[in-house]
Design a protein around this ligand. Structure first.
Ligand code: NAG
Ligand code: NAG
Ligand code: NAG
Ligand code: NAG
Ligand code: NAG
Ligand code: NAG
Ligand code: NAG
Ligand code: NAG
Length: 789
């Protein structure tokens, strides 16, 4: 009897125990979740935290993760360190003896908590934000707190050898460059890792809690207590405060400490019952100086990049002459647009310097000359093919090689001489360097046409265009512009005069990026009057400047400006009228125009561009070369139009606008990167145009919603690569008879559309190649196949 009672007692307590566990242990063996939108996650008992799949922005992938479920932005605080991002239909299941197992839609295992648990009972999402798996004896056998991602939560600790890693960026949960580690000597450190070996490089933050000289006193645990107080616990029980106790907000808050993608380790808090637009606020962050110096590693910004502070966050900007390796990663590495080769071809006189005040790279030295002076410092760098930048400070000179590391803006007096190849000089004022304030006050005579229309003019001081005077003397062009020195003597019309000339803007010739063009008559001349829209107020001076720049251009292959009007709000430009319409209309009609005419037009456009780039007193980058902007006169001379209309542009819109891909047919890839824009953008567009002229095919098929927008350049490369250039002109007999020229033109086109701007020839070189029919074999235009731009 007694045994029976005893036995009953045990059975009931055991059952009661199991029941107690099960109400709490809500995820039983065999339970699973499938990655689909709206799938109900496993919630903690209070509902504060959820475990499940989160759909990622902008694609059909899902992230296995834990997040705050009650606050609007549902901040993610945990995800598996590898293979966390999976496609729709993937499944996570709690499997006996295995734990959590994540499989892709094909059933392949991509991640799991462990390979074997002999006594698995159940799992649950705890209210601390910890997902816990319990064994039969109700002990923890796995918890997410032991495998932190980029975030620590209250009640979580990090022991010696523990670490967390930043994620790549806000939306990419792959491992970033930064790490927070509790190292064996008792210090908490922040460091960059070498992404290839995963080896931690020199720290940029050290807590100073090591055992140096006092082993009883070293740190051994990073603790985050339930109230949100974070400290390093020393062996002797003392606490080294990371959170000042008096800095903790009173009230009901969530706390988290996250190693942010930019390298700052930050403690945040957020009201638990948010009213209005509450969001995460910062209690503290480390390091205090994120633009740190050093000699090993890249610094907070990537290699060759330059760091400055935006608040206490790093702001990274590639220096002139460099561009982001990955345009999606502004804090990443910058690539050198030129890299002088150290062979006989190297000549110091091909190079000059951009002078940067208050910029220094503390790493990358290979020569230190003292004493020195500015001139000798520059000279020795110019002659030295390895030297990428010379730093001059305190009568000393440092020569530095690529890659440059730990670039930052300093307040000390430092001069950096950055070497660039002379014909590669980037514009002095790339638009994205303009401050936002400046941008708003800019006069945009033109506008950005869905991100493709972009005009930059570089004013090169002091260069006088001798050619202009010769051309100008030889060729009295028309009654309006020629009889005077072009400077400011371009005829100015009143608005009323132009209303009359165009018969009240009756006869519309076309719509351009900058406004509508009307036909008109002035005296005995037929003219084209362009009525500019979107002219910002206060634009008068800039408008005048632009008009003067345009007025000073005279070339057979440019449309001539005859006069202008800036009457009150009205801005109009008067051009010579072109009888034969646009090249677009000429090229893309049912019957192919003759190859002879086409090749003549191709050379003409190249000459016009070479003139804009190199021969007139003010260098003009057209930035919107396309067949709609080329007009044809009575003799089918190509005439470039719409050049020089605006020297300023709002790139910020087009840079972030992903819709840009659809219209990018003629746009050089560097527009989409944080890269200096040079004349080479025109060379790229010209290359596309040339391929269109050869094939009479449009470069972009706009009505296809597939991604293959650059069909024509791909096709040209395929034909050329396979030795089938004849296929590129299809049934054009005249072209096939002149195959040598066709092949030359295709080669030139392929050189022009090289993704790397430095490989593209100058327009002068293009003209020469087209005329001499001597071209070397172009490489594949897209060396990094598959990388998107
Ligand atoms: C990630 O998943 C792939 C299969 O999709 C697998 O080959 C690879 O080993 C997984 N990586 C890890 C670290 O589990
Ligand atoms: C744990 O329980 C499961 C079933 O609930 C059982 O199959 C397994 O053998 C148990 N393991 C241990 C070590 O008791
Ligand atoms: C679960 O959270 C509670 C507080 O909400 C805590 O007391 C308990 O220790 C946690 N359990 C585990 C296994 O983490
Ligand atoms: C995230 O970043 C990694 C590393 O840079 C990259 O390989 C991966 O393609 C990125 N993932 C997405 C979805 O962009
Ligand atoms: C080591 O730390 C303990 C506790 O803080 C202190 O009493 C002792 O003086 C320290 N010893 C040295 C050598 O600094
Ligand atoms: C929303 O945020 C703004 C600025 O952060 C603040 O001025 C405003 O009071 C907030 N509104 C509410 C309802 O909390
Ligand atoms: C994050 O990186 C991915 C590629 O790795 C990129 O597509 C995305 O735009 C980036 N997101 C942000 C917010 O920078
Ligand atoms: C750099 O500083 C010097 C002297 O302070 C000044 O003359 C020069 O214009 C500055 N250069 C630039 C690019 O700001």
């Amino acid at each position: 009897m007694a045994e029976v009672l005893l036995c009953l007692f045990f059975v009931t307590t055991f059952l009661g125990f199991v029941a107690g566990q099960q109400t709490k242990c809500s995820v039983s063996v065999g339970a699973s979740l499938t990655a689909t939108p709206g799938v109900t996650p496993w919630l903690s008992s209070s509902g504060d935290f959820a475990f499940g799949f989160r759909q990622l922005e902008g694609n059909d992938n899902f992230l296995l993760s834990i997040w705050y479920d009650k606050i609007p932005d549902k901040t993610i605080i945990w995800y598996p360190e590898t293979n966390a991002t999976v496609s729709r239909g993937s499944k996570v299941e709690l499997i006996d003896q295995r734990g959590l197992v994540l499989t892709d839609p094909q059933g392949r295992e991509v991640w799991s908590t462990s390979s074997s648990f002999s006594d698995l009972a159940c799992g649950f999402m705890n209210d601390t934000g910890n997902f816990v798996i319990l064994g039969n004896n109700s002990g923890k056998i796995w918890e997410s707190f032991s495998y932190p991602a980029d975030t620590l939560l209250p009640t979580q600790v990090m022991e010696i050898r523990g670490q967390i890693n930043s994620k790549k960026n806000k939306t990419n949960f792959s491992r970033g460059r930064f790490q927070l580690r509790m190292v064996t000597n008792g210090n908490l450190v922040l460091n960059i890792r070498d992404i290839f070996s995963n080896f931690p490089l020199n720290p940029y933050y050290v807590s100073g809690t090591s055992d140096a000289g006092n082993s009883t006193n070293s740190g051994y645990q990073l603790s985050f207590d339930a109230t949100g107080y974070m400290y390093i616990l020393r062996r002797n029980g003392q606490k080294y405060d990371l959170t000042r106790r008096d800095a903790l907000p009173s009230g009901d808050y969530y706390h988290r400490a996250t190693l942010d993608p930019d390298g700052l380790f930050t403690q945040y808090y957020h009201p638990k019952n948010p009213t209005g637009n509450a969001s995460w606020a910062v209690i503290w962050s480390e390091p205090k100086e994120i633009c740190f110096s050093g000699d090993i590693g890249s610094g907070a910004c990537g290699l060759n990049n330059v760091c400055s502070l935006d608040g206490n966050r790093p702001k990274c900007e590639c220096p002139q002459g460099f561009s982001l390796l990955d345009s999606n990663d502004p804090n990443g590495d910058c690539d050198h647009d030129i890299s002088p080769r150290c062979d006989e071809g190297y000549g110091g006189d091909l190079f000059d310097f951009i002078e940067l005040n208050n910029t220094d790279w503390s790493g990358s030295d290979y020569a230190h000359i003292r004493p020195s002076n500015e001139e000798n410092c520059k000279l020795s760098c110019r002659e030295d093919c390895f030297c990428a930048v010379a730093i001059f400070r305190d009568d000393q000179c440092w020569k530095k090689a690529i890659p440059l590391s730990h670039g930052k803006k300093t307040s000390e007096y430092v001069k950096a001489f950055l070497k660039y190849q002379k014909d590669e000089r980037p514009p002095q004022c790339p638009p994205w360097i303009l401050k936002e304030k400046d941008q708003r006050s800019l006069v945009l005579v033109g506008s950005v046409l869905l991100g493709t229309c972009v005009f930059v003019i570089i004013v090169l001081t002091g260069v006088i265009c001798l050619g202009f005077f010769l051309v100008y003397k030889k060729k009295p062009m028309n009654p309006y512009a020629s009889s005077k020195a072009a400077e400011s003597n371009l005829p100015r019309f009143t608005y009323q005069e132009l209303v009359e000339a165009t018969n009240g803007f009756k006869d519309e010739l076309g719509k351009g990026a900058f406004g509508i063009v009307y036909k008109g008559v002035i005296g005995t001349n037929i003219v084209a009057v362009k009525k500019l829209d979107r002219v910002v107020e206060d634009g008068e001076k800039e408008f005048k400047t632009e008009v003067n720049v345009i007025a000073r251009t005279h070339h057979k292959n440019l449309v001539q400006l005859l006069g202008y009007c800036d009457d009150g709000e009205q801005r109009l430009l008067v051009y010579e009228y072109m009888n034969n319409g646009t090249l677009a209309a000429f090229l893309f009609k049912d019957v192919k125009p003759s190859w002879k005419e086409r090749s003549y037009i191709g050379v003409g456009i190249a000459k016009g561009l070479a003139y804009l780039h190199e021969e007139c007193s003010t260098q003009i980058i057209h930035c919107d070369i396309k067949p709609q902007n080329i007009l044809l006169d009575d003799y089918y001379n190509a005439k470039i139009s719409d050049f020089g209309l605006a020297k300023l542009l709002l790139m910020n819109q087009s840079r972030t606008n992903t819709g840009i891909r659809g219209t990018k047919g003629y746009v050089a890839p560097e527009w989409f990167r944080n890269t200096p824009v040079t004349v080479k953008v025109d060379v790229f567009s010209y290359g596309v145009l040339l391929l269109e002229i050869i094939s009479c095919q449009k470069s972009v098929v706009f009505d296809s919603d597939k991604e293959d927008v650059e069909v024509l350049t791909d096709w040209a490369w395929d034909c050329y690569h396979e030795g089938r250039v004849d296929a590129f002109v299809e049934d054009d007999m005249e072209g096939l008879d002149d195959l040598e020229r066709v092949i030359t033109f295709v080669k030139v086109g392929l050189w022009c559309v090289q993704e790397n701007p430095c490989l593209r020839p100058t327009m002068r070189k293009v003209v020469q190649m087209l005329e001499d029919l001597e071209v070397t074999d172009p490489p594949c235009p897209y060396p990094l196949f598959g990388t998107s731009i």
